[in-house]
Design a protein around this ligand. Structure first.
Ligand SMILES: NC(=O)c1ccc[n+]([C@@H]2O[C@H](COP(=O)([O-])OP(=O)(O)OC[C@H]3O[C@@H](n4cnc5c(N)ncnc54)[C@H](OP(=O)(O)O)[C@@H]3O)[C@@H](O)[C@H]2O)c1
Length: 323
């Protein structure tokens, strides 16, 4: 089969090698899936550079946290899946390929009416946004929520989830065009942080009070400025630092405010049953109550261009590979 592999870590997408590799086989507890689409995530860039959870001794490896397709073979000791069934899987690697293996416990059936590219784009961003807002954010109906980087994959999911849970949502993005699209997606306010100081805008939009929750994923100065817009009792949930470091441990705050760090990988390792929350998102998407925003699809052979596009930050929502 054709796949994209990394043989050594590196700063540019040139380390991604599109090549012929042996088709994997499903062991006990596993499924072999004919991949139709895989989605890209910001973490794929860190993985390629060697700064994300992969040991050099595990190279060469096939990246691709999540994918959707059709079950080809079902390994021993698996129940509930059969060949020909459409599934989405989130095994953390292997998706940049024509065929991939996943633990059956990390796969869910895809309802008819939801296409493979859409399904492949759901797990990481919707699960992260959902559990970060609920577990650390303690989100309640009526809360005011600031979603940083609203045009990111996680941001587009978080805005819809927070609205669904009854919150009022303010978000940020780097261009007016992205802000317009975020308002169309359901945000109540959108701030172009390149043109205006988001702290003043958030204060203006909340009549000086600030927000109950910040979902923060930029890091560095943005992290520290985000603390300034927390209302008394507010929670800052940090999920990433594309632009700079994140204080570790999180700082101690006054006025009942709290800052935490959230990782969906750690959360699912500790609560494996939480993965089934994916069924809810798939059903909401089937009913067209949640929208999976896909910016562009690239063929597998053009994975380098896809990662370059992701790194360039002009995208809005998700980028997928199709096989
Ligand atoms: N903790 C977890 O479990 C978890 C899970 C998934 C993702 N994440 C993190 O959440 C963040 C979003 O992930 P994603 O895959 O949804 O990202 P993405 O689609 O690649 O979007 C990232 C967006 O962040 C904005 N941004 C602002 N400053 C940036 C900078 N200096 N460098 C890069 N981007 C910057 C950009 O939009 P503008 O140019 O419009 O600002 C960019 O489009 C990442 O930090 C990722 O690592 C964490």
């Amino acid at each position: 089969m054709k796949a994209v592999r990394i043989h050594q870590f590196g700063p540019t997408e040139e380390v991604l090698q599109y090549e012929e590799v042996p088709t994997p086989t499903a062991g006990p507890g596993e499924l072999l899936v004919k991949v139709e689409a895989a989605s890209l995530n910001r973490a794929d860039l860190s993985l390629r550079k060697g700064t994300y959870r992969v040991d050099p001794k595990d190279l060469p490896m096939i990246p691709g946290r999540e994918f959707a397709g059709t079950v080809v073979t079902v390994g021993a000791e698996v129940s509930g899946f059969k060949p020909g069934q459409r599934v989405v899987a989130h095994p953390a690697k292997g998706g940049y390929a024509e065929y991939a293996v996943t633990k059956a416990s990390l796969a869910r059936p895809v309802p008819s009416g939801v296409d493979a590219a859409v399904a492949a784009a759901i797990p990481t961003v919707f699960l992260t946004a959902w559990f970060a807002l609920i577990e650390d954010g303690k989100i309640q109906s009526g809360d005011q929520v600031l979603v940083q980087a609203g045009g990111s994959g996680v941001g587009t999911a978080a805005i819809q989830i927070a609205k669904h849970l009854g919150a009022r949502v303010i978000t940020t993005a780097g261009t007016d065009e992205k802000c317009q699209r975020l308002l169309a997606l359901g945000a109540d306010g959108a701030v172009n942080y390149s043109a205006k100081d988001f702290r003043q805008e958030v204060k203006r939009l909340t009549a000086g009070r600030g927000v109950d929750i910040v979902l923060e994923m930029i890091g560095g100065e943005v992290y520290h400025r985000s603390l300034e817009v927390l209302a008394p009792g507010g929670r800052l949930v940090s999920i990433g630092g594309a632009a700079g470091p994140i204080p570790d441990p999180p700082p101690t705050l006054t006025g009942g405010r709290k800052a935490t760090r959230f990782s969906i990988t750690n959360y699912l390792n500790a609560h494996p049953e939480a993965f089934k929350q994916l069924d809810f998102f798939l059903d909401m998407v089937r009913q067209k109550k949640f929208q999976v925003v896909i910016d562009r699809a690239f063929p597998l052979a053009e994975t380098r261009a896809a990662q370059r596009y992701l790194e360039g930050r002009s995208h809005f929502g998700k980028i997928v590979l199709t096989m």
